[in-house]
Design a protein. Structure first.
Length: 401
């Protein structure tokens, strides 16, 4: 349990850091990208408003996106397209990175698009109408985009290294963080076990003393009630000790090959008489030759708990079913009808001492701990157990091993 808790804590912390790093990295790089577009569009707008030239510095600087050096740093070319989609002129005076053939190809591709602004390769372009012709201005943004890509790669690398370092630190620190929890958990288990054994002795003594008194002729409803309550308390103590021990994973040396089909059938047959006495319909659907590695005692206890729970909380003339099938995993299903069970209560059915109906539980003699033991057994096999209801008039418990 502590190992799983530590693993979940570490995974949650690492996932939180990963999400944080990813969001920050994306935000920074998206902002940088849009800044490049904003600067490029400002320069293109300036060229558009000044017929393809930069004005003298100090004029037309309403956005502050360029300086005295901008006209010398900016590489661009201008193309004019007539109304019949013929390229009439391409001014290549301000660009050296591409030749006229490449420029013509850029113009043809962009002229077939409907966008007024956009990127084609590493060139930002603007399209507008002038004197009936279409004018395209292409601004070379190679340097800015290369810087952006370099920063993107560097930020991804730094984020990855940061995540790895953080993960190592979290895994290391989680052990110290969970140490008090582990110690508290171990003390709790030890207390339950020790207290359980200590309680057993006086209970046995009380029961023995009552038996002696009854042998001396002192027997009445009060002594009978003491016997009943002493047995209930002894059973509850034993169940608490079992549940405490079940928190530990089964050791490999006690796992053997089991004929689960035979075990399920044998345990289920023990409830035939109970079904007749309580006038309930009992159905069995058990596939043969299903084998698992496990402890026979644990499997018998698991099936007995689920069957007892189904019979205990099914109404008179109710239906109880048990099924065992081999699918992707070994699947054991126990179904019973019931007077009422809320879907909201399903997640709590496996909690210790949880009771959906206090009065009903007192009548049936339940402790509210049986399903907790069943869950502990299933988890020790690294399996899955869940409770479902379709109509709130029935309960189906499914175990996958």
């Amino acid at each position: 349990m502590i190992k799983n808790l530590r693993k979940r804590f570490s995974m949650a912390a690492i996932l939180s850091i990963f999400v944080t790093f990813t969001i920050l990295m994306l935000a920074i790089n998206v902002i940088n990208y849009y800044k490049i577009m904003e600067n490029a569009d400002a320069i293109l707008t300036t060229l558009k408003e000044n017929e393809g030239y930069f004005p003298a510095f100090g004029e037309n600087q309403n956005n502050g996106h360029w300086s005295k050096e901008t006209p010398f740093e900016s590489r661009y070319f201008i193309a004019t397209i007539s109304e019949d989609n013929t390229i009439t002129t391409i001014d290549m005076a301000k660009v050296q990175a591409i030749d006229i053939t490449q420029a013509r190809r850029y113009v043809k591709v962009v002229s077939s698009l409907n966008d007024t602004r956009g990127f084609y390769h590493d060139y930002r372009y603007i399209r507008y109408k002038e004197n009936g012709n279409t004018v395209l201005i292409f601004l070379d943004c190679t340097r800015s985009l290369e810087n952006w890509r370099t920063f993107l790669e560097a930020s991804c690398l730094v984020a990855t290294i940061g995540l790895l370092i953080s993960s190592i630190l979290i895994v290391f620190i989680s052990g110290r963080i969970m140490k008090p929890v582990a110690e508290s958990y171990e003390k709790q288990k030890r207390f339950i076990t020790d207290a359980g054994h200590e309680i057993k002795t006086p209970l046995a003594t009380i029961d023995a003393d009552l038996t002696v008194l009854e042998m001396d002729g002192i027997s009445n409803e009060w002594t009978n009630d003491i016997h009943v309550q002493t047995k209930r308390l002894a059973d509850l103590t034993n169940n608490l000790i079992v549940l405490s021990r079940m928190q530990e994973t089964l050791k490999p040396e006690i796992l053997v090959d089991l004929d689960l089909s035979k075990i399920v059938s044998t345990v289920a047959n023990l409830f035939d008489a109970r079904a007749k006495m309580e006038n309930k319909t009992f159905e069995k659907d058990v596939d043969s030759n299903i084998y698992i590695k496990g402890s026979q005692k644990e499997m018998e206890q698991l099936i007995s708990i689920l069957m007892d729970n189904a019979f205990k909380y099914s109404p008179e003339e109710g239906i109880v079913r048990i099924a065992l099938h081999q699918k992707k995993k070994t699947e054991l299903v126990v179904y019973n009808t019931t007077d009422h069970i809320s879907k909201k209560s399903l997640p709590h059915l496996f909690d210790r001492f949880y009771r959906t109906d206090q009065s009903h539980n007192s009548q049936t003699g339940g402790y509210g701990i049986g399903l907790s033991i069943a869950q502990a057994i299933v988890r020790s096999y690294k399996g899955k157990i869940e409770a479902t209801t379709e109509d709130e008039k029935s309960l189906k418990i499914t175990v996958e091993i």
